[in-house]
Design a binder for this molecule. Structure first.
Ligand SMILES: *Cc1c(COP(=O)(O)O)cnc(C)c1O
Length: 465
């Protein structure tokens, strides 16, 4: 393909994209295809001769699009959102077009420098004190793994990388029972092991880690000859929005000199609003590592996960490696690939720059405040439907409920709703029972979209009860 053809197709795709987004509300939210249906429409082997782009795009429409679940749909209330705002999408087009690999300052100084400025803009937007630096990663899972590796290395005097872990005894990491599975997986692959991830029970309306139980667990571990290495706290857990008392957890961490990581992958975006910082983030300034995903609730196209670090040298001591072929001349430059596990890096900061400039913080705050208020109102509407039960009240914009009947009935309702396609919800579990999660956060969602869910849920329930 030559570059003139490229320009023509690009324009066509841009027009297609605007139409797609404008008419999205008319499509079923979750893909309605059966297992294997898409693959069956594709040739089993690659073509020997090149094909025309017109045919390829036609097949994209006919074969691929029916198999897409529409994450940008205004009635996407499942999981957590993955918002792609138009300005962030435009930035991604530019990044894809220039197609630089930004592993070192020298391999694209602008990427490193824009990243530094964006991390600092977001630090200020989230009310974190001066002194925090940070790095943009692909996902919260990668940031959490980086933090767990740092806990491991710090607790072993930075000898784990060199000597391996076989003779290091049991390092212990603590978190609540409400953490995301990425914390378990980080402990698996860091050589800590699931058995040494100590999950502390939660209590209270925010399902906070019980800090008395945390202190007891640490003391018992020390007595048993184990080595406590770190604590992972959460703001806005995936199941029901569990949020730890950060200051209380920090007091325990400081008593035992433990490294701390905060997983705020979803709810961190809400911290651009001072009232949520006031209510949820007292004590955050002492955390060593904090992760939040602007690709969820802030509107930066996936993927974009920011990890803030109070003292980046600890993570650099853990992850930095400098073979001869990566050495650059003298100057003290930042090479972000030394802060993370992958070497290669996309230019992720550009979409933050476009996003923050195009909307401004006040408009972003408005969205988040609306989403929270609308979730609260819908929750009250569902609470009074006969036989329905609110199983967890809204924390930020997430709540959970049950329809009348057993666990199987919850599953039936979720499946029937998603087969019908007007809204998309997912299930969860809470206190040993299946629940239905509802989260508001898609950027194009309106008050009416959210409230429509009440009617849809009632109507679909009537058909399956
Ligand atoms: C989404 C989420 C994660 C995982 O995020 P990835 O970026 O997909 O790795 C971890 N923790 C919480 C609380 C989340 O909401």
């Amino acid at each position: 393909m030559n570059w003139d053809d490229y320009a023509g197709w690009s324009k066509q795709i841009a027009d297609w994209g605007a139409e797609y987004h404008k008419s999205l509300g008319e499509r079923p939210v979750r893909a309605q295809t059966k297992l294997g249906e898409i693959a069956a429409q594709m040739p089993a082997s690659p073509p020997e001769a090149g094909e025309d782009m017109a045919n390829i795009l036609a097949d994209f429409d006919n074969i691929v699009m029916p198999g897409m679940t529409h994450w940008q749909h205004p009635r996407f209330f499942a999981y957590f959102p993955a918002n792609a705002t138009p300005p962030s999408m435009l930035a991604e087009q530019l990044v894809n077009t220039v197609a630089a690999q930004c592993m070192l300052w020298q391999t694209s100084p602008a990427a490193t420098e824009v990243e530094g400025v964006m991390v600092d803009w977001l630090r200020q937007a989230l009310g974190l004190p001066d002194g925090f630096t940070g790095v943009i990663q692909d996902s919260a899972s990668s940031a959490t793994l980086s933090a767990v590796l740092t806990m491991r290395e710090r607790a072993t005097d930075y000898t784990g990388n060199k000597d391996g872990m076989s003779e290091k005894g049991h390092l212990r990491i603590y978190c609540s029972q409400e953490v995301h599975s990425s914390i378990d997986r980080a402990c698996w692959v860091a050589g800590i092991g699931q058995a040494n991830l100590v999950k502390i029970p939660t209590s209270g309306s925010r399902f906070e880690m019980d800090v008395v139980a945390l202190e007891t667990a640490i003391q018992n571990d020390i007595a048993a000859g184990h080595t406590p290495a770190g604590i992972i706290a959460i703001t806005g857990g995936t199941g029901v929005g569990a949020s730890d008392d950060l200051a209380a957890v920090m007091r325990v961490a400081q008593t035992h000199d433990l490294y701390t990581h905060l997983d705020a992958a979803w709810a961190g975006s809400a911290m651009i609003c001072p009232e949520f910082r006031e209510a949820f983030w007292q004590g955050v300034e002492d955390y060593d590592s904090i992760v939040f995903n602007p690709h969820k609730w802030l509107g930066a196209q996936f993927d974009c996960s920011v990890q803030f670090l109070r003292d980046a040298t600890l993570q650099l001591n853990t992850l930095k490696i400098e073979p001869e072929y990566l050495k650059t001349s003298g100057e003290a430059v930042t090479n972000y690939s030394e802060w993370t596990i992958p070497l290669g890096r996309r230019f992720r900061a550009l979409k933050l720059w476009f996003l923050l400039r195009s909307y401004g913080l006040e408009e972003l705050r408005n969205r988040i405040r609306n989403h929270v208020a609308w979730a609260e109102e819908l929750c009250e509407r569902l609470r009074v439907i006969e036989g329905f039960e609110i199983t967890t009240d809204p924390i930020f914009s997430l709540f959970s409920f049950r329809c009348p009947g057993d666990d199987a009935a919850q599953r039936r309702l979720v499946d029937a709703l998603n087969d019908q396609g007007k809204i998309y919800l997912t299930q969860g579990a809470h206190k040993g029972r299946k629940v239905i999660r509802f989260t508001v956060g898609q950027f194009d969602t309106t008050y009416d979209d959210v409230m429509m869910a009440e009617t849809v849920i009632k109507d679909v329930w009537e058909t399956i009860k």
